[in-house]
Design a protein around this ligand. Structure first.
Ligand code: NAD
Ligand code: UDX
Length: 480
């Protein structure tokens, strides 16, 4: 029986390994982590992450060929294939701070693998890493190898949160990069054989190591660039009376462009896009390519602009002040169907509104009060622009409440801001919400989920990203 061990039981390690276990009953999969609470949760009825379909997959395999453990060294030493899926956040201190990937967790995992291994192993980079990381990892492993043969593969993960299980069941492609040596090719084949249990062969792409590592950063940069492109257009739409949904539809009909990932929004969030683009920017700078670096930087600048523009629009529309006014925030997660709040645009929007002394009432179906308070109290790392978004002070934290119902959040509010596209926000009883709000009642839709026409008929003043503006909003221009 082939034994797989995955270091890191997070958003990627957990779902990915659960699906491998489900699709490959003859493989034993152990997911290990240094975090005791995370492993305890993976072994309980309340998994540490919310992901549609995940519970069923875990229940099906856990205890059969899928195990979660904190005995990291034991399981690494017993494995034939070791996936490393630890976090690779942006460095906050030292050389490359604010851009470069922090490989501390990765390096310590590699050193531990070298230390405890007693048999040959395939080590798979699952985390997103800078191009050429495999070379560094190879050095750490071979210099500490005690005669053991390690083959390094790059197998970046393309799943998106909220659809992780569907993405893993039916991936657009699986990418495997390896050394072009007999040993490297043998290792690539071994990993390919694992995926071939459910992924059609033509969707398994094999490349050299550096292409695989760079393709992951490139894919995320391209995806984020599409969102910044449509968001940049949304500002122009508002200025001209064009409708961003109509423009995106017309543009996306061109088969060379395609219709996906063209939804204008309050900005993209999530743990990957900003981090991976900053990483790409740093690599370009290190390789003497400032023009290329600046090109990609602009994708993040437009994203920051979009969040600031949204806050300015809210404040400007409400007579240039939200001081002491109750503002309901519907949605805090960075997208629907996840409880993940990493880099969610809601953090910046809430900080901006609290900075203008608003009283926030926040509702998200999957995010806890603790999490929201932690996110807002955290110091946002200033990557390249003047830091106007300071952590929220303990006094200002008192100006926010977290509730478990959209109606509670909006009661007596002056305004509603929709920041996540949860399906339930499409079908709320907006007449009831309007009746219980202060007047004029404002609704700022950062995800274009509501039917603005119907809401205007009820009496709301509605702002929808990139859509023609109400006369009220035209009369109260926001300067971003
Ligand atoms: P995460 O923070 O959810 O999980 C990482 C886990 O690794 C944590 O539980 C942490 O305790 C554990 N860990 C760190 N060092 C360890 C060590 N030495 N030994 C054992 N466990 C250790 O992160 P994530 O979202 O799963 O992301 C993991 C990697 O995958 C990152 O490089 C990320 O860029 C990449 N990625 C993430 C996504 C996503 O949607 N979240 C998608 C594709 C790729
Ligand atoms: C992303 C990549 O899609 C995935 O391939 C990679 O493995 C990890 O990073 P994720 O961040 O989980 O996945 O979600 P994604 O669906 O890409 O959304 C990212 C952000 O962009 C969200 O805040 C989302 O709301 C926003 N978005 C997405 C838009 O604003 N408009 C769109 O059209 C699509």
């Amino acid at each position: 029986m082939v034994k797989i061990c995955c270091i890191g039981a997070g958003y990627v390690g957990g779902p990915t390994m659960a699906v491998i276990a489900l699709k490959c009953p003859s493989i034993e999969v152990v997911v290990v982590d240094i975090s005791v609470p995370r492993i305890t949760a993976w072994n309980s009825d309340h998994l540490p992450i919310y992901e549609p379909g995940l519970d069923e997959v875990v229940k099906e395999c856990r205890g059969k060929n899928l195990f979660f453990s904190t005995e990291v060294e034991k399981h690494v030493s017993e494995a034939d294939i070791v996936f490393v899926s630890v976090n690779t956040p942006t460095k906050t201190q030292g050389l490359g701070a604010g851009k470069a990937a922090d490989l501390t967790y990765w390096e310590s995992a590699a050193r531990m693998i070298a230390e405890v291994s007693k048999s040959d192993k395939i080590v798979v980079e699952k985390s997103t890493v800078p191009v050429k990381t495999a070379e560094a990892i190879e050095k750490i492993l071979t210099h500490n190898s005690k005669g053991i043969n390690f083959q390094i593969l790059s197998n970046p993960e393309f799943l998106a949160e909220g659809t992780a299980i569907v993405d893993l069941f039916n991936p657009d492609r699986v990418l495997i990069g390896g050394r072009e040596t007999p040993g490297g090719e043998k290792a690539v084949k071994a990993l390919k054989d694992v995926y071939a249990n459910w992924v059609p062969e033509e969707r398994i792409i094999c490349t050299n190591l550096w292409s695989a590592e760079l393709s992951k950063l490139a894919a995320n940069a391209f995806l984020a660039q599409r969102i910044s492109s449509v968001n940049a257009m949304s500002a122009l739409c508002e200025a001209t009376g064009a409708d961003v949904s109509e423009v995106a539809h017309a543009v996306g009909k061109d088969t060379r462009i395609g219709p996906k990932f063209l939804n204008a929004s309050v900005g993209f969030g999530g743990s990957c896009f900003q981090k991976d683009i900053l990483n790409l920017v740093y690599i370009c700078e290190c390789n003497g390519l400032p023009e290329v670096a600046n090109y990609w930087k602009q994708v993040i600048k437009v994203n920051d602009y979009q969040k600031t523009r949204f806050v300015n629009r809210v404040v400007a529309s409400m007579f240039n002040t939200v001081s002491g006014k109750k503002v309901a925030i519907l949605g805090f997660a960075f997208k629907k169907d996840t409880g993940d709040t990493r880099e969610t645009p809601a953090i910046d929007v809430c900080k901006g509104l609290l900075g203008d002394k608003a009283m926030l009432s926040i509702y998200d179906p999957q995010v806890t009060e603790d999490q929201i308070q932690r996110d807002l109290a955290m110091n946002k790392f200033d990557w390249d622009h003047p830091s106007h978004l300071q952590p929220v002070s303990p006094t200002a934290i008192k100006s926010l409440s977290v509730v478990w119902d959209a109606y509670d959040a909006t009661k007596d509010a002056h305004a509603v801001c929709i920041l996540t596209e949860w399906d339930e926000f499409r079908s709320l009883d907006y007449q009831r919400i309007y009746d219980n709000m202060q007047k004029p009642a404002f609704l700022f839709d950062g995800r274009n989920v509501v039917d603005a026409k119907k809401l205007r008929e009820i009496g709301f003043i509605v702002y929808s990203i990139g859509k023609p503006l109400d006369q009220w909003l035209k009369d109260m221009p926001a300067i971003a």
